[in-house]
Design a protein around this ligand. Structure first.
Ligand code: 5RP
Length: 250
């Protein structure tokens, strides 16, 4: 809404600041954490991970490691940057993974799934010895997850179960609203994930740090739910690109 009142030039400056902060965070995370000994590298999804793949693709020793994607977009990023493509079926132990996030709280709990890749992102994260998150300054929640400008908690569901899950969610503590995510070229139908599932975006307001795991377990326990976008206790560190060109490490 706010963007409608900004001049085109201001909007352009904002978006180039955001892009710059994504790139700085991604490059720093790779430069500081990828070691020569790492032979299996997870590559997440989203617009910030584009810069992770770009940086990995610039490395002289890039043929010495294999990259594990978290979905179709990430597979394309790996290939287009001249990186070796592997799969989580072949490599269930991953040395290090890089991924983006929609929100990060003070304890490094995450909301992910803005790009509808949450199941495979969680699979790769759970196979990884270390998970580094890269994000721009807008993703940092000072304390709790659940900032209003985001769309809530993404939940990947079996298509036939979407209505049941929508109803079940109403019984959970903190529930405010939930809806099936629509999208695609003509916005005519539900978004379909790489696993042929639907996405429900559920608003639970602010989620206190100590409740992230419980809420995840409650949602995951509903029949029809494949995975939630709540990532608790999985992150090794987060690299946040700031507006002033610095990168904060959390
Ligand atoms: C996709 C994700 C992304 O990592 C998340 O949405 C962040 O994306 P971006 O870097 O474009 O803001 O979870 O499912």
């Amino acid at each position: 809404m706010y963007r409608r009142f900004l001049s085109k030039a201001t909007t352009r400056t904002m978006s180039s600041l955001v892009e710059q902060s994504k790139k700085l965070a991604a490059y720093k995370a790779v430069d500081e954490n990828l070691k020569d000994s790492h032979s299996v590298v997870g590559v997440g999804s989203g617009s910030t991970v584009v810069y992770v793949a770009e940086r990995l693709g610039q490395l002289e020793h890039k043929s010495s490691f294999v990259c594990i994607p978290t979905g179709f977009q990430s597979k394309e990023l790996i290939l287009s940057n001249g990186l070796r493509l592997g799969s989580v079926e072949e490599y269930s132990s991953i040395d290090i993974a890089f991924d983006g996030a929609d929100e990060i709280d003070s304890q490094l709990n995450l909301i992910k799934g803005g790009g509808a890749c949450l199941m495979q992102e969680k699979l790769v994260a759970s196979c990884s010895k270390q998970l580094f998150i890269v994000a721009d300054y807008r993703k940092r929640s000072p304390e709790k997850l659940g900032h209003a400008w985001r769309q809530g908690v993404p939940i990947e569901v079996v298509p036939a179960a979407y209505n049941k899950v929508l109803n079940d969610l109403k019984n959970l503590e903190g529930y405010k609203s939930a809806k099936v995510r629509y999208g695609g070229t003509f916005k005519a139908g539900p978004v379909v994930t790489d696993n042929s599932m639907f996405i429900i975006d559920a608003d639970f307001g602010e989620i206190p740090v100590e409740k992230v795991s419980t809420l995840h377990s409650q949602i995951k326990g509903l029949v029809g739910v494949l995975e939630t976008g709540l990532f608790a206790n999985m992150t090794t560190a987060a690299y946040i690109g700031n507006e002033d060109g610095s990168v904060a490490t959390l």
